[in-house]
Design a binder for this molecule. Structure first.
Ligand SMILES: *[C@@H]1O[C@H](CO)[C@@H](O)[C@H](O)[C@H]1NC(C)=O
Length: 470
């Protein structure tokens, strides 16, 4: 069913889950080593420039036939260990490489088998431990993966990470103890200090804006308060049909249902992304209007339940420079319930939803570009707990990939035209994070009918691996 709806790109993505036919991602490098023992240092050039965003490099070590390959990544040697917060190395048996759909996909290594047995990963979180992995064959592989949204600075004193390999004469009977946490899913957790982040620093803050009037009853957003908000605009007729959020120089995220009935080729030809303005009529090319190069829908998006309602759109040209009016939102590093900087009734976390959308249920725009308003509007909402969401939204499916929020008495909500737009929360560390994507609701701003948002934290594996691979 999914296959009928979407572009060949998406079909390829969906197929990769089941078939082994895999296009090699660009930027994939291969380094081969062989011998009884030796060492290598990561990607040459490290000293003089940052690792390229999205870099994937594979180091293949082959030891003599009949022996078993063992590799050690030493993170205790500060001279050699320089894996940045979002980057990781995964070691695994080279004979299993064919089971990997895509190198550096944070989800795909689990297909090799259990962590610690079939593969072992090294991230910043493991800086104090020397990690050794033994292959069940004479080939061992280390994939080095750099996530594209990380631009954290490299410590110039570091020379890159170093690995050593050796050949063992006898079969490894007892492989590594399993890692207690699934290593590759810990990647999005940033350890960069907030002050070093280049995302999520609006001025004024969304929380500085008084909460009154109209998204439904939202208030107009001043320039700079939601500098990541973007709009999907059909060029022919200049009609905004969905909203989105800038999360990287070249990527915006939107709701899956915003793209599910179109396809990449159609969207590339007909649609543009407007950003860096609060009034859509003030958008000027090239600084505010961007073309599309990729449209990638979550392969598990379900049009019946609206589960996995997320899609990534790549800009044809990167945003040249961020500014106070055009800046990415940070991605969350914890579930939405983990932090509550500002709370409402029942201790609910207060977050902010933004859009150019419809002002009331059923209302459509007129001559404006925005489907309801040309001005960006915002409303503060309370995030409900799962029990309340399930109760209020019954009998509809409320999955782990969803969040819900609003007010018990109704009044404030997002509405149809806001689909795909940002729900941001104060992370409490000086940055704002994209915790939700406007997804669906039962009417607009009705009492006990909360709006539903895609749960960005739950969907991070798709978001980060899409950026790393495309
Ligand atoms: C969930 O929120 C409701 C109010 O909407 C509250 O009555 C209930 O105690 C909360 N449950 C938990 C487990 O916090």
């Amino acid at each position: 069913m999914f296959f009928l709806l979407v572009s060949t790109t998406l079909v390829t993505l969906a197929c990769m889950a089941t078939a082994a036919v895999v296009p090699q991602p660009s930027g994939f490098g291969m380094m081969q080593y062989s011998g009884r023992s030796g060492a290598f240092t990561s990607h040459p050039g490290y000293l003089s420039y940052y690792y390229a965003s999205g870099l994937k490099n594979r180091y293949v070590v082959t030891v003599p036939t009949g022996s078993f390959a063992q590799m050690t990544v030493d993170p205790t040697n500060r001279n050699y260990f320089a894996i940045r917060p979002y980057d990781f190395v995964v070691m695994f048996d080279g004979n299993l490489a064919g089971k990997l759909a895509v190198p550096c996909d944070v989800n795909s290594y689990t297909a090799l088998g259990p962590s610690g047995v079939a593969y072992l990963s090294v991230t910043m979180a493991k800086t104090d431990t020397i990690r050794t992995f033994t292959s069940q064959s004479n080939v061992i592989v280390a994939d080095f993966c750099v996530n594209s949204y990380s631009s954290g600075a490299v410590d110039p004193a570091m020379l890159g990470w170093q690995a050593f390999w050796a050949s063992l004469a006898s079969s490894p009977t007892n492989p590594q103890p399993a890692q207690t946490t699934a290593p590759v899913t810990t990647i999005p957790v940033t350890q960069a200090p907030a002050s070093a982040k280049t995302c999520g620093k609006p001025s004024p803050k969304p929380s500085d804006i008084p909460n009154k009037l109209k998204i439904v009853n939202g208030v107009q957003v001043p320039d700079g308060a939601q500098p990541w908000a973007c709009a999907l605009v059909q060029t022919n007729g200049k009609a905004q049909f969905c909203d989105c959020t800038v999360i990287d120089k070249q990527w915006v995220v939107t709701a899956g249902h915003c793209v599910a009935e179109s396809n990449e080729a159609t969207m590339k030809a007909n649609d543009k992304i407007y950003m860096g303005v609060t009034n859509l009529n003030k958008a000027v090319a090239p600084q505010n209007i961007f073309s599309i190069s990729r449209v990638i829908l979550h392969p598990q998006y379900d049009p019946d339940t609206t589960d996995f309602d997320v899609a990534m759109i790549k800009l044809a040209t990167p945003i040249p420079a961020f500014s106070s009016t055009l800046m990415p939102a940070c991605l969350p590093t914890a579930p939405i319930t983990a932090t509550a900087v500002k709370t409402g009734a029942f201790g609910r976390r207060i977050c902010y939803v933004t859009g150019w959308g419809t002002l009331a249920a059923g209302e459509r725009g007129n001559a404006n570009i925005g489907s309801g308003s040309d001005l960006l509007l915002q409303a503060a909402i309370e995030m409900f707990n799962t029990t309340a969401c399930k109760t209020y939204l019954s009998p509809y499916t409320f999955s782990n990939n969803m969040l819900c929020g609003g007010y018990d008495a109704g009044q404030f909500d997002s509405c149809q035209g806001d689909s795909g737009g940002p729900l941001v929360c104060d992370a409490g560390d000086g940055t704002w994070t994209l915790n939700g994507i406007v997804s669906w609701g039962l009417g607009c701003a009705e009492a006990k009918k909360p709006g539903v948002y895609s749960n960005v934290y739950a969907l991070l594996p798709f978001i980060t691996s899409t950026m790393a691979q495309n």
